[in-house]
Design a protein around this ligand. Structure first.
Ligand SMILES: *Cc1c(COP(=O)(O)O)cnc(C)c1O
Length: 228
């Protein structure tokens, strides 16, 4: 068996183990295989070998090069920062956008999605840890956007929230960041009056704590594809 398939199996087994340890059904968690910087053949191999469908890219240009060469059935998630002038291209290929990090970008995506009659699912990126180097809404700004949306109809539905923990953060910090995202999601649901089911949190180095705090999507690159 190839190294890639072995890694993939080890990750899926570990996700199942962590889910079971904290009393969650493994079906309540989606694995996003983050294929950025890796060739389309690697994606093809996971598709052929394990029928894995959900892949994440962080650059629109790379997504645009990879997606057309791969099966239509795949689901692409754009997980990186998205510039306003690339929204149209992003929506041509991605069914999910995890990096919606400003209200302006949120409304820009609504406008273009309406024009294209696309219905991408959106996740607001929240900078829970408050690190200056990170993109994302402050929790207050995310709450303010939820109030602005009120009952306006959306072309691109708001599916939930996404965050990144500080690199190599200690367990206590991970708990605060991931638990904080979940609490914020609960507050947003109250304001919106509708479910925001998705919590995209957890990467190769920190997914167990994210799962314990309620992640519904983990974004895993290195542990599957190797070092970039
Ligand atoms: C690259 C990336 C990941 C995957 O990180 P790994 O540590 O390789 O698992 C997850 N989320 C985002 C936003 C990324 O850019």
């Amino acid at each position: 068996m190839s190294c890639l398939l072995k890694n993939f199996d080890a990750v899926t087994q570990d996700l199942t183990r962590v889910c079971q340890e904290c009393g969650r059904s493994p079906d309540s968690l989606r694995l996003l295989a983050v294929s950025k910087t890796f060739p389309a053949q690697d994606v093809e191999e996971l598709y052929q070998g394990r029928h894995h469908l959900a892949f994440g890219e962080n650059r629109v240009q790379e997504l645009k090069e990879k997606a057309p060469r791969l099966p239509q059935e795949l689901q692409w998630h754009l997980i990186g920062h998205l510039q306003a002038n690339k929204v149209r291209t992003a929506l041509a290929y991605a069914q999910w956008i995890h990096g919606v990090d400003t209200a302006a970008l949120f409304w820009r995506i609504q406008e273009i999605a309406a024009q294209l009659q696309a219905t991408p699912r959106l996740l607001l990126e929240v900078n829970v840890s408050g690190e200056e180097s990170k993109f994302g809404f402050t929790p207050e700004a995310a709450l303010a956007l939820a109030r602005d949306i009120a009952s306006r109809p959306l072309s691109a539905p708001l599916a939930g929230l996404m965050t990144m923990a500080p690199f190599q953060a200690p367990p206590e910090t991970l708990k605060q960041v991931f638990g904080g995202l979940r609490q914020l999601r609960d507050q947003l649901e109250q304001i919106r009056g509708e479910a925001l089911p998705e919590l995209s949190m957890g990467m190769s180095g920190d997914y167990p704590e994210a799962i314990r705090q309620g992640a519904t999507i983990v974004r895993i690159g290195t542990a599957i594809f190797g070092h970039r």
